[in-house]
Design a protein around this ligand. Structure first.
Ligand SMILES: Nc1nc2c(ncn2[C@@H]2O[C@H](COP(=O)(O)OP(=O)(O)O)[C@@H](O)[C@H]2O)c(=O)[nH]1
Ligand SMILES: [Mg+2]
Length: 240
């Protein structure tokens, strides 16, 4: 079994080394694929050293900041070409707890996509400013309302896909650049009838580095959900 943890990085120099040992320690069949967008803080060079030190660490270097969504699309393609059985998504800032990885893998027995949920049992988020927490919490409620997705956490970035799921989705038609990539992928998985489940996680705000969240990322998500909904209505009406 090969499980690839795909980790997009932009200015994460203080996190990648400790994260690598924490992730690799969880299971002997886990590989890491970093997708670094030419981070100005030198993250890419640190990752190159980690790749040289360990055959389970891989990296995709990109020319500039191209967004989290495209980082995952390119990372998934590369991981599939390295015969990944499972494709995991994880942030590089320890907001996602590496010790949860075995739980994701064991939960894949019954599901095609397992989502680490911050809102399964109330709210499991630590140290986020209230504004940010409200934004995230209501983004899920808004997404449920517009798309009909029945997930408690529609925007979580801690997930595990069976590789056949990613193969079944035409990634060239997935257009989100920012965090609405999570919504779009969840929605396409549901449309294709894959079995999706949520497991509870605790999300802790980052210690090192800064968030890449922006107004543009929020705006993209606000409109993306309507695009998804309208595309379903259109295909129902036209049968295409
Ligand atoms: N390669 C790449 N990684 C990104 C980009 N934007 C964010 N990331 C990474 O995506 C993950 C989540 O970003 P973060 O800023 O922590 O988001 P937040 O937790 O929602 O504030 C982190 O590992 C970032 O380094 C990007 O444009 N390109
Ligand atoms: Mg973060």
């Amino acid at each position: 079994m090969k499980a690839f943890v795909v980790i997009p990085t932009y200015n994460e120099k203080d996190n990648v080394k400790t994260l690598t040992s924490a992730v690799l320690a969880q299971h002997p069949d886990i590989h890491i694929l970093f997708v670094d967008d030419n981070s100005p803080d030198g993250t890419g060079l640190i990752i190159d050293r980690l790749v040289a030190e360990n055959e389970r660490v891989h990296v995709l270097h990109r020319t500039g900041k191209l967004g989290l969504g495209s980082a995952y699309r390119e990372g998934f393609k590369a991981a599939l070409s390295m015969e990944a059985d499972y494709l995991l998504e994880m942030d590089a800032d320890f907001s996602h707890d590496p010790t949860m990885l075995p739980m994701f893998l064991s939960s894949m027995k019954e599901s095609d996509l397992v989502i680490g949920s911050r809102y399964l049992n109330g709210v499991s988020v630590v140290n986020w400013p209230i504004r940010r927490l409200m934004l995230s919490y209501f983004a899920s409620a808004y997404t449920r309302w517009v798309t009909g997705l029945e997930l408690r956490d529609c925007t979580s970035g801690f997930k595990c896909f069976r590789s056949s799921v990613i193969k079944a989705i035409d990634l060239t038609r997935v257009t989100s650049d920012g965090y609405s990539f999570q919504i779009e992928m969840n929605y396409l998985c549901k449309q294709k009838g894959f079995c999706i489940s949520e497991i509870p996680i605790i999300f802790i705000d980052r210690h090192a580095g800064t968030s890449k969240m922006s107004g543009a990322i929020v705006r993209e998500a606000v409109f993306m959900v309507w695009k998804l909904r309208l595309s379903t209505i259109y295909s129902k009406l036209t049968g295409r």
